[in-house]
Design a protein around this ligand. Structure first.
Ligand SMILES: Cc1ncc(COP(=O)(O)O)c(C=O)c1O
Ligand SMILES: O=C(O)CC[SeH]
Length: 386
């Protein structure tokens, strides 16, 4: 019950990984047969990942995972020079939400602490669990170089208004004079494989893809709009043998890329089925929780006017025997109330008891019965201890 933390590798994905480890172990940069076999697997995987998010194949760069995608430029990025920190008014300005995963939040905090950039952390609305478009737009300054807001939150499952934000910002970009356009990034880690994600529909410049959230191995990729055509800028964090067009050098991890590509192919083929199943099971879970615990349950991710991922249910509890879940994001220390829940207005006393349940593709209705009975015995245990 913790599929937002990570997912198992799909059996077909494992097959693709195994096949490439045995049949395509060559160096993809080698021009001989073994190298060409590996390169063709990588090319096919790139096509499948691009298809999954509605991108051009050449706009996809493979990475080691979701955390490896966000950094400052070592050069003038988008007309803004990070190295010139002497005049703080000219510092590049970033806008983000207070709901972001640490792989975005901590990078921007670092930029600010190091005097490399100014950052606006826009608070999400406590009535919608979303960051409001107008609050993002009103934070824009002449020095704003990038806006990054996650597509769906990993704890609440609430889907953020990325398309609406991009629509407004592109209108502003069209009227910007003497300033480069504001770049738009979204962290789609929790959305891919659960809802349809289309980079052109969203109209973003960058989109983060995290394999281990959609039954792929723990690598990832980033979408960069019109990368080949020098569209959105991308600066390497590493220097080496020229792989990934010098954007992400290092001999390619063919097997993991093969797995990512197969998982992407499965999403393209089965997303509707996955989404419907997860939604059915999650909704059944919430019905049963209400039946069993009534007013003792507080659903932290349900807002009347906000959409949410089909698999996520954030609520309360801790003494379970069978259920494995997170009391917030897996990578956060568990002995504190989730900052995300506090940010959307969940009272500390409730946030401290939150339990995030996230179902997966194979979670069944009978699994839910186990979950409910385990939660019930946990509640009884806690009540007896009280
Ligand atoms: C929303 C979100 N963004 C980014 C990440 C980071 O991805 P990775 O663990 O592959 O670095 C995760 C999960 O770990 C996540 O849930
Ligand atoms: O568990 C999550 O929310 C993702 C890993 Se921090």
């Amino acid at each position: 019950m913790d599929y937002n933390a990570t997912t198992p590798v799909d059996s077909e994905v494992l097959g693709a990984i195994t096949a490439s480890l045995t049949g395509a172990w060559g160096n993809p940069s080698s021009s001989h047969e073994a190298g060409l076999a590996a390169k063709s697997i990588i090319d096919e995987a790139r096509e499948n990942v691009a298809r999954m998010v509605g991108a051009k194949t050449s706009d996809i760069v493979f990475t080691s995972g979701g955390t490896e995608y966000f950094h400052k430029s070592h050069d003038r990025q988008n007309g803004v020079d990070f190295s010139k920190g002497d005049n703080t008014d000219s510092l590049p300005h970033f806008i983000t939400s207070n709901l972001e995963h640490d792989s975005v939040k901590l990078v921007l905090e670092h930029f600010a602490e190091e005097g490399l950039a100014k950052v606006s952390f826009v608070p999400a609305s406590q009535t919608t669990g979303c960051v409001e478009v107008e609050d993002i737009v009103s934070s824009i300054r002449p020095t704003t170089c990038m806006i990054t807001v996650m597509l769906a939150n990993n704890e609440t499952g609430v889907i953020q208004p990325i398309k609406e934000i991009c629509e407004r910002v592109q209108q502003i970009n069209a009227n910007r004079r003497n300033q480069p356009p504001i770049l738009l990034h979204t962290d789609a880690a929790q959305a891919i494989g659960k809802i349809n994600v289309d980079v052109l529909d969203l109209d973003v410049d960058y989109l983060t893809i995290v394999g281990h959230k959609f039954y792929a191995p723990r690598n990832g990729a980033i979408y960069v709009r019109n990368l080949e055509e020098k569209g959105a800028p991308l600066y390497p964090m590493l220097y080496g043998g020229g792989q990934e067009r010098n954007y992400r050098p290092g001999t390619e991890n063919t097997a993991m890329i093969a797995g990512l590509g197969k998982a992407a192919e499965l999403v393209v083929q089965n997303l509707d089925k996955y989404q419907k199943h997860m939604e059915e099971v999650r909704d059944h879970l919430e019905v049963r929780l209400m039946e069993e615990f009534g007013d003792n349950i507080h659903f932290n991710g349900k807002f009347d006017t906000s959409s949410r991922l089909p698999n996520t249910c954030d609520k309360v509890l801790s003494k379970c025997n069978i259920v494995q879940a997170s009391v917030g994001a897996a990578c956060h220390s568990q002995n504190r109330a989730s900052p995300i829940l506090l940010a959307i207005g969940v009272p500390d006393s409730i946030a401290r008891n939150a339990l995030r349940l996230s179902v997966g593709r194979e979670t069944t209705l009978s699994d839910i019965d186990f979950v409910i009975s385990d939660l019930k015995q946990a509640v009884q245990y806690l009540q007896n201890q009280a």
